[in-house]
Design a protein around this ligand. Structure first.
Ligand code: PMP
Length: 364
């Protein structure tokens, strides 16, 4: 038998949400709705689909390495220089790259909150470094000062998801700036902004406006949510140029494919689709905040395109009963939140269908 590294032997894999096809097959249902992976309720922009079709005759060519056209578009869009933008195969790839660059096996440690996105912990394990989980307060606020206290001279990175997955809370730009300022010299503050498009008011929540004030700030963003391109795998990091240079030199070439680059450029420029997405998500979020308590659920405030709630029956039971009715949500056991469920905001019709089904399941 072949041997593998000890970290790999008992590796806890990432658990993705169930797919519509799986549930259709399992329960013989024709109509299944998925509110489990924080995808775009409107699908992908029709403009994107046209652009991809137009580029199909180019797919025998390699893409341009490091997606220079997309980098230029992102730079224009967010007002950050090209030298600070690195595109990856999903923001997941940027997270992986950061660990490859910064984590010294057996020496470094990395810090994040308990109940956080699984990739940070997984990458730490793969890299052979300690992952320090900082406890949260109740009700799941993000006590940034506790992160700073957990850091020492071997802390390579501190991860803050803002808005947070799965709780929905967002850290203010002031608090993030303070944290960036007090971390040890060699430690990066990585702010994972996968859900930043959905915050309100936007100016209160991202330190990117002041990216050039920090030399230790990394911001992660994705095209998987507000831009509706989860299946294409495109995300990006905003990083200090020197660090970005190292990542670029050592990266695997061509991980972002040619169609994905064209699609992301089109998505970035389709303001109508983007604005409609925000409108649907924000009104759906308000609806859930009102409707969930009416059927007895405890709901937590959210700045993202999902909400977390505690139902009046065990979360696993509720999850399974909803599946039988053709609705996929995300029970949060794998986040260490066994009583909680996360539901992605869908279209108005999907949201209503979900609340009706949940009411039936809970007998409310
Ligand atoms: N960070 C967080 C907090 C997420 O929830 C997700 C999506 N599950 C990602 C990163 C990964 O996004 P991408 O699709 O760009 O890899």
């Amino acid at each position: 038998e072949f041997s593998v590294r000890s970290e790999i032997l008992d590796f806890d894999p990432y658990t993705p949400g169930l797919t519509i096809e799986q549930i259709r097959e399992r329960y013989g249902l024709a109509n299944v709705i998925k509110l489990a992976s924080n995808e775009n309720p409107l699908g992908a922009s029709p403009v994107v689909q046209k652009v991809m079709a137009k580029n199909l005759d180019r797919i025998f060519r390699y893409p341009e390495n490091n997606t220079p056209k997309l980098v230029t578009e992102i730079s224009k869009h967010i007002g950050v220089p090209r030298e600070s933008i690195l595109v990856g195969n999903g923001s997941d790839e940027i997270i992986d790259m950061l660990f490859r660059m910064k984590a010294r096996p057996g020496v470094s440690n990395v810090i994040g909150y308990e109940h956080s996105f699984a990739m940070y912990r997984m990458c730490a394990k793969l890299a052979g470094v300690e992952y320090r989980e900082v406890k949260r307060g109740d009700p799941f606020e993000l006590p940034l000062d506790k992160l700073a206290k957990a850091a020492d001279e071997n802390t390579a990175m501190v991860f803050v998801t803002s808005p947070d997955n799965p709780t929905g809370q967002a850290a203010s730009v002031e608090d993030l700036s303070v944290l960036a300022g007090v971390l040890p010299k060699d430690c990066l503050l990585v702010v994972d902004e996968a859900y930043i498009d959905f915050v309100w008011p936007p100016e209160s929540y991202t330190p990117v406006q002041a990216y050039d004030k920090f030399d230790n700030l990394v911001v992660l963003r994705t095209f998987s949510k507000a831009y509706g391109l989860a299946g294409l795998r495109v995300g990006y990091g905003i990083l200090p140029p020197k660090l970005l240079g190292y990542l670029k030199n050592a990266r695997i070439p061509f991980t972002v494919n040619l169609l994905a680059e064209e699609a992301a450029i089109a998505a970035l420029n389709d303001d109508a689709f983007y604005n409609e997405t925000l409108q649907v998500v924000m009104s759906g979020r308000e609806y859930f905040m009102e409707a969930l308590p009416k059927i007895g659920c405890k709901v937590y405030p959210s700045q993202a395109n999902f909400v977390m709630f505690e139902p009046t029956k065990p979360a696993q039971t509720v999850f399974k009963s909803l599946l039988k009715k053709g609705i996929i949500v995300r029970p949060l056991g794998s986040f260490g939140l066994g009583k909680m469920i996360r539901v992605t905001i869908g279209t108005e019709a999907e949201n209503k269908q979900f609340i009706k089904a949940l009411g039936e399941v809970l007998g409310a």
